[in-house]
Design a protein around this ligand. Sequence first.
Ligand code: DGL
Length: 274
Amino acid sequence: MKPFSIGVFDSGLGGLSVLKDILDELPQYNYIYFGDNARVPYSGKSAELIYEYTRKAVDFLMKKNCLLVILACNTATAISLPKIQREYLIHCYPERRVLGIIRPTVEAIVEKNSKRVGIMATYATVISKSFVAELKKLDDKIDVYQNACPLLVPVIEEGEVQWEGLNLLLRKYLAPLKEKNIDTLVLGCTHYGLIDKKIRSLVGPSTKILSEGKVTAQKLKEYLKRHSALEKKLAKGKKREYYVSDLNERYKKMIRFFLGKRFSKNDKISQVKE
Ligand code: DGL
């Protein structure tokens, strides 16, 4: 039997910020990343379309023999995860798993004893109220404030992370959250992990910043410890494959830039043909 890999999916390249932390924490496994960069941003699209794109992406990763797929995209998790588990996984691959990024993040917030939480996310994630609902399930006394930051994803996907205008955008998006005296700020969109240092420099030192990548990597480690039967089936060959729905030299450069030293010359980047 072909050995199983771990799949990581994002609507674009921002999910590499999560994969990066997973690779640092759990380098032994084989990974397949799929970024749907031809269709990013998902936010702003209808729930039906976001579900359809997510289901296709998960199906692609399953066909590539992923035993476990992480939706490293808050928007895809918020809109599609329950339906993927209920309507797709049970029928097509009942012995495999799809995990989202919101649950581990929310668990980490509660473990940190946070009481006033600010969430930066896309419109779709904010409107879904997924973070609010999941947090309230674990601690109904927690105060949650959300702010949609729609212009950040296009800027980051364009690789404009050094652009001075980014600071202006961040100030605008952070202001209403800072006003609420939050004790914890959640970067509730994978892309924001790629500019976490910039965000850190704009919020006061008294506000904890939760990096979804680190949290997801740590929680995945704990999950694999708890599910040893599943863990045993995973290949430990340190193989990585990268797939995108649109490919050119600029995207290749961005992937290498986002992954830094974790990208090796043996790693392949390919375009998914529909
Ligand atoms: N990666 C997505 C997330 O974490 C944001 C990008 C999008 O809108 O597609 O929410």
